[in-house]
Design a protein around this ligand. Structure first.
Ligand SMILES: [Zn+2]
Ligand SMILES: [Zn+2]
Length: 374
């Protein structure tokens, strides 16, 4: 186990990042804003600017702390998986055998094995070999047996070989380049990254209690976030209702009839048009509610299609403005008995479709048939 460390190491590291990002936020908010909007035509009073700034900071911190908590397990898990993979890759990498010294041809000895990691690049292992006779330089090979050859640093003026000299200070790595042929010199500096953030933040433990949520606090945040999400959905629904106000008003205006009320509506209308003994059958109560009906033709001058068409018109007109519709299989006529099925619309989304259809058709139809036909 070279890379993979105990879980606590990663939890600490994650918390250090959280502390840093929260402290950065405080830093950002502590810079006085420029171009503030005027308050009642004048520059806003300092107390107002301060209290608004404080609220904005508290708000940002709350989200940062909460969201960092929510991602913690996942990120720590990812880091541990990556480090375990580095260990596995390092262990599995096989050194090339039979590497000989380019000077004395003796077989060289493997003296070092090193894992190379670069962000978003595949892992590599580099093997270093030394000559038993002490010839210089040694040789280096990647895990795919390719030899690593250092690129010579060339003088930009005369293309001669540059000599390198490294120095380090507390804060920087410095390399001096010198061309022996033409005297060209240059210096490159690299900031030293602070290896342990512990050194850079003596108040880490204190800040950790300020910025890193405990499990209990974090779960409370998760719940609050879910509540906010619910609230947003509710507001969206109100907005949606507002947008489709005409349709929702139309739904509210529909008469929602019970089966008995339905019978009481249709029977007298049929009777008036000489269709007698109107009767509803047993309702089929599934996902949708449907009811069959029968009625008898009492007009001796009317039969077959003429009879069923006339009845269809009566039923459709009667149901317009209610949540019931004649089903699309229509009305059939046999030996003076007419049968058909009626369907109830109950769910909001179905009612919405029903009225949208009616509203959509309304332009070309007389007003009394609005909401009327399927
Ligand atoms: Zn040698
Ligand atoms: Zn030169």
């Amino acid at each position: 186990m070279k890379y993979l460390k105990p879980k606590q190491h990663y939890l600490d590291l994650y918390d250090r990042h959280t502390v840093k990002s929260c402290r950065d936020l405080i830093g950002i908010y502590s810079v006085p804003s420029e171009n503030l909007p005027l308050y009642q035509g004048k520059p806003a009073p300092k107390e107002l600017v301060d209290s608004v700034g404080k609220m904005a900071l508290e708000w940002s911190l709350m989200f940062e702390k909460g969201n960092r908590f929510l991602k913690k397990e996942e990120v720590v898990e990812k880091w541990m998986t990556e480090d375990a993979e580095k260990d596995r890759f390092y262990e599995a990498a096989e050194p090339p055998y039979g590497i000989r010294c380019l000077t004395c041809q003796k077989e060289m000895a493997l003296v070092h094995k090193d894992l190379w990691t670069e962000l978003n690049k595949p892992l590599h292992v580099l093997f270093m070999y030394d000559c038993p006779n002490g010839c210089r330089p040694g040789r280096m090979f990647w895990d795919n047996s390719e030899e690593w050859t250092p690129k010579p640093h060339l003088c930009p003026k005369c293309s001669g070989k540059l000599k390198l000299k490294d120095r380090t200070t507390d804060k920087k790595f410095i390399t001096d380049y010198l061309c022996a042929s033409c005297g060209f010199t240059k210096t490159e500096e690299l900031e030293r990254t602070v290896h342990s953030q512990e050194e850079s933040d003596p108040d880490f433990e204190f800040n950790r209690t300020r910025f890193c949520l405990s499990k209990e606090e974090g779960e409370k945040w998760r719940q609050e976030l879910a509540n906010m999400e619910e609230m947003k959905k509710l507001v969206d629904k109100w907005k949606e209702k507002d947008k489709h106000k005409t349709e929702y008003d139309a739904i509210n205006n529909l008469k929602k009839l019970t089966v008995v009320a339905l019978e009481n509506l249709l029977a007298p209308l049929c009777e008036k048009a000489q269709y007698i003994k109107f009767q509803l059958g047993t309702a089929d109560i599934g996902k949708d509610l449907t009811v069959p009906f029968t009625v008898h033709e009492a007009n001796p001058d009317r039969a077959d299609l003429a009879s069923s068409h006339a009845l269809q018109k009566i039923v459709k007109n009667a149901l317009a403005g209610t949540n019931w519709r004649l089903m699309s299989d229509g009305i059939s006529y046999r030996m003076g008995i007419l049968t058909g099925r009626l369907r109830a619309y109950e769910r909001e989304e179905d009612l919405l479709k029903l009225v949208q259809k009616a509203v959509g058709n309304s332009s070309s139809q007389p007003p009394e048939s609005k909401l009327g036909y399927l």
